[in-house]
Design a protein. Sequence first.
Length: 242
Amino acid sequence: MNIIVFGATGNTGKRVLAQGVKMGHQMTAFVRNPEKLYEQQDEHTAQQVNVIVSDILDPVSVSEALSHQDAAIVAAGHAGQGEEFVRIVDNIVSQCENHPSFSGRVWLMGGAGLLDIPYTDLIGNNLPGFPPMYKNHNRNLERLQQTQLDWSIMCPGTMIDSIEHPAPVRLHVTTETLPVPIPETIKELSEAEIAGHLFSRLQELDVAYEDVASCMLNHIELSGPFKWKRVGLAYRSNIPVS
């Protein structure tokens, strides 16, 4: 497939780029700083990637970059950028919608605070104590929910370089809800108490950048099981509980 990565030199984007090349996809990197890309990637990967250097907030540049692409992975920006982050996402989504030949498959990065908390009608981002900037992810999700594009939003917890597991584990993937066991008694707690419970378990949501990248690339086809879904990731042990 032809896949464009917006934010291809970020922690997630650079891994998507490298894995996509290894999987045989035709990868395009949309970046501000091509030198950074060449520093990050090995020579083989760098030679295989089509690099577009332009302004991600420029509608014409983004639209032109989408020509002949089958999918877009949006790993650009972060919630701390506030309005600029929202504008980045809105511009890319709008150009995907309006482009005459773009197929419509889009992955966007969000966070675990977008996922439903089982047994409640709450999400983490709306709870007391969660950083207000995370609500920018809420706004990006609302933007996606207004479009008919074939989109998914990746909602990991804290992403880190790698994770050493004491026992064999598998990647547990959920749609819409948090990917860790939540007791039904949580529905009896106040919002502040629910927030405290989640904060005490944040480490359970740690996930490696590589696994986030793999999940998106493994579900890059149109009309897959994650169409119009929020996607959560966590690790589960393969050893049965005795």
